[in-house]
Design a protein around this ligand. Structure first.
Ligand code: NAP
Length: 286
């Protein structure tokens, strides 16, 4: 393999160590960050994420409180519930487990979560801060892509960055954050479902961030020699294997840096969730 491994576990550990230190200092002052995880219904996939979140929070000294609500909870009922959590002085952070049952529009809930407690950075006020480049809280996966890129130590100034996928929680915020790289900002192109010639864009990419979730979408022969690849889009197969939008082994032969399918973006996203929880707690103390 020619590419260096962009190891998410190493980057995540660095973030977690810094978070743990600050939480220790808060604990010495008698403060324990408290996270409320709201789950409507019992989607098996979110069960797995909840287990991981709980384990990670507790290992860091963050109290994780699961707040299960019945599947037939109405949107208005969920809004009222979130409003109570916003007012609850014992709750520092709120996380909303996805997917929500049909009939509940996630946007209507995300905008109710107080920006001061929004550890996923999904409230419009926190999303808006991305445009100013002064955000401390932001969508966890997008921030995790930035941390991975920073960890390479590469200068991205004026280079071609291509983001594939334009979702609200990954593609769009990644594109905005790349533009906030101040004087070292790359030129950013965003590709999506209507992009006519994906190959043309990928072939130019010095930095490729692929966030779709369709294995094989990006052919390894399109990869530019020496590029940096962050594989966000991953699909888990019924046989337990997971595959990225581009084949990891083949892309590794051409890239200079690449994230692994497992142990890439995932652990950093979790670490950012913890960092966001610390950040909201600190803000509430200000
Ligand atoms: P999403 O909301 O489904 O977004 C996928 C995006 O890909 C959409 O913007 C879609 O465009 C675009 N797209 C679909 N087909 C395309 C094509 N042929 N060419 C170019 N773009 C295409 O998913 P998401 O939440 O952003 O997540 C994306 C991937 O990242 C998923 O595989 C997810 O599992 C993974 N992910 C990983 C982590 C982690 O921590 N490891 C976290 C979040 C997400 P349209 O909307 O126009 O169809």
């Amino acid at each position: 393999m020619a590419a260096q491994l962009l190891d998410g576990n190493v980057v995540a550990q660095g973030i977690k160590d810094a978070v743990a230190k600050e939480i220790e200092a808060l604990k010495a002052r008698g403060i324990t960050p408290n996270l409320a995880a709201v789950q409507v219904g019992d989607n098996p996939e979110s069960k797995m994420y909840i287990g991981m979140q709980k384990k990670n929070c507790e290992s860091m000294g963050i109290t994780y409180n699961l707040r299960p609500l019945p599947t037939d909870t109405a949107e208005s009922g969920l809004i009222q519930y979130i409003e109570k959590l916003n007012e609850d002085k014992n709750v520092n952070g709120i996380i909303l487990q996805m997917p929500l049952p049909q009939g509940i529009n996630p946007r209507n809930i995300q905008r109710v979560i107080s920006p001061r407690k929004d550890i996923e950075g999904v409230n419009p006020a926190n999303m808006g801060m991305l445009f100013y480049g002064s955000q401390k809280i932001g969508p966890c996966t997008a921030l995790s892509v930035m941390e991975l890129l920073k960890s390479t130590g590469e200068n991205l100034k004026g280079r071609e960055a291509v983001v594939v996928g334009h979702s609200e929680i990954v593609g769009k915020p990644v594109a905005i954050l790349l533009l906030q790289w101040l004087m070292d900002s790359p030129t950013v192109t965003v590709c999506h479902i209507a992009t006519r010639d994906l190959e043309l864009h990928v072939r130019r990419a010095d930095i490729l961030i692929s966030a779709v979730g369709k294995p094989g979408l990006i052919k390894s022969e399109w990869i530019k020699e020496g590029s940096i690849i962050v594989l966000v889009g991953i699909k888990r197969m019924p046989d337990g294997t997971a595959h990225g939008d581009v084949d990891f082994e083949q892309a590794s032969a051409k890239a200079s840096w690449i994230t692994p399918v497992k142990g890439g973006v995932g652990p950093v996203t979790t670490a950012i969730l913890l960092r966001n929880t610390l950040e909201v707690t600190k803000r509430q103390l200000e």
